[in-house]
Design a protein around this ligand. Structure first.
Ligand SMILES: [Zn+2]
Length: 202
């Protein structure tokens, strides 16, 4: 870093380079673009970021993002299918593929492959069970990743849902082992959904 660099600019570059997919080089390009377009970019961005910071929260029931000014879609619409994903990025990928049109449940991560049996580990699993019971859900589709942690989580959930009558399915093995849902192409995702298999808990 050159000594005559302006602190404000360097601070912004540092923050921007923390964003996914951006290194210091592209961060600098973005910052330059912002500075050269103060009124068109910096001003609305500042306002929008402040709004998002103030108003966007995670729904405590389904884990999705919602505005504090309105109720979450999970409590408004009727539905009988829930697709369980690890994180919001996974949900967005499935949503944009158009393969599945039902409701989602965002766990907020996976259980560690060890000690998974006896702790929910801060994941939204209990509220998933409540949703299933409350809304007479017919099918829970487990779309966790094909990693060991994803499998552990999926087993834990199907165990937890044992006493409900819900049908539990798991995405087909089209998902490569260790595969993250977020990085699947639409074709793989489509076949994983279409060929999802029923989990029979013992
Ligand atoms: Zn919700």
């Amino acid at each position: 870093m050159a000594e005559d660099n302006v602190k404000e600019i360097e601070d912004l570059v540092k923050i921007v380079s923390k964003l996914p997919g951006l290194g210091p080089k592209s961060a600098r390009r973005i910052v330059l673009k912002l500075i050269n377009n103060r009124d068109e970019l910096i001003k609305p961005l500042t306002n929008t970021l402040a709004q998002v910071y103030k108003n966007i929260v995670k729904c405590k029931i389904c884990g999705n993002l919602k505005s504090i000014n309105s109720s979450c879609y999970c409590s408004s619409k009727k539905y009988d299918q829930i697709c369980v994903v690890e994180n919001i990025a996974d949900m967005w990928v499935i949503q944009s593929s158009g393969i599945y049109k039902g409701h989602y449940h965002v766990l907020g991560g996976t259980l560690p492959s060890f000690e998974g049996k006896n702790s929910g580990n801060g994941l939204l699993i209990e509220s998933l069970i409540n949703r299933v019971k409350k809304n007479s859900i017919k099918e829970v589709i487990l779309a966790t990743s094909a990693s060991i942690e994803g499998e552990t989580t999926s087993h834990y959930i199907s165990d937890s849902l044992k006493n409900t009558n819900v049908k539990i399915t798991r995405l087909a093995k089209g998902v490569p082992v260790g595969g993250e849902i977020e990085f699947l192409d639409d074709g793989t995702l489509y076949s994983a959904f279409k060929n999802r298999t029923s989990i029979i808990s013992d």
